[in-house]
Design a protein around this ligand. Structure first.
Ligand code: 13P
Length: 249
């Protein structure tokens, strides 16, 4: 059975002091109760160097929250995949719904970002998910398949190297979670789509995200096609994040 991945997305919540105490608390918890899954924390770019110093080899992996679609050059404010790589970044979120919404990121741009990450040896965690209006209109499958298809088209057989995160937009930060059955249903659709694109689709981790917490993680993670979680709010509380990690066996 493939290992699950539990990734924390700290979003724009961080400070040098808060990061250090959160990481130390997580490390103490994991020393007492070692994880049986992969664990990552995705932090804002200015803190990558700090986290690189705090994280020990073989422990929690370092993740970024975004990457430029360009390789290098006159792109003020952008951070390239090769820059991330220099700071020991192992994973990078791409296409989070907050970037699609607030920064107008298109499916094609997200696919290019995934490509840049892969080329630099970073695993992109490709985020997809439908809005409430799309779900209510019965368009969930169509939307997530379209979002994933762009990444498959741009990345060909390399798609077996990505991680997918299904994050229904209506469940993010709202306290509303997709039921395990609702989530599994979408994950199964995504798995089938990946299988049609790659002979190695079985190894692709498909994470669920959207108000996953210490209380609901176990049930969600028990679903056949849920291979981990992408956690926002609950990843900022060490006890909650450790409980989620423990639920991922
Ligand atoms: P919450 O866990 O706070 O709902 O956030 C989910 C998310 O957006 C993770 O990327």
């Amino acid at each position: 059975m493939k290992k699950k991945l539990i990734a924390g997305n700290w979003k724009m919540n961080a400070s040098l002091a808060a990061n250090e105490s959160l990481v130390r608390a997580l490390q103490a918890g994991l020393a007492a109760n070692p994880a049986r899954c992969d664990v990552a924390v995705c932090v804002s770019a200015p803190y990558l160097a700090q986290l690189q110093g705090l994280l020990a080899p073989g422990g929690m992996a370092l993740g970024a929250q975004d990457v430029s679609a360009f390789e290098a050059g006159a792109y003020t404010g952008e951070v390239s995949a090769s820059m991330l790589k220099e700071f020991g970044v192992r994973y990078c979120l791409v296409g989070h719904s907050e970037r699609r919404l607030y920064h107008g990121e298109s499916d094609a741009l997200v696919a290019s970002k995934a490509q840049r990450a892969l080329a630099a040896g970073i695993t992109p965690i490709v985020c997809i998910g439908e809005t409430l209006a799309e779900r209510e209109a019965g368009r969930t499958e169509e939307v997530v398949k379209r979002q994933l298809a762009a990444v498959i088209a741009a990345n060909g057989h390399c798609v077996s190297e990505i991680v997918v995160a299904y994050e229904p937009v209506w469940a993010i930060g709202t306290g509303k979670t997709a039921s395990p059955e609702q989530a599994q249903q979408v994950h199964a659709v995504l798995r089938a789509q990946l299988q049609a694109a790659s002979a190695h689709a079985e190894r692709i981790q498909i994470l669920y995200g959207g108000s996953m917490n210490a209380a609901n993680a176990e049930q969600l993670l028990a679903q056949a096609d849920i291979d981990g979680g992408l956690i926002g709010g609950a990843a900022l509380k060490s006890a909650d994040f450790l409980t989620i990690i423990a639920a991922a066996q």
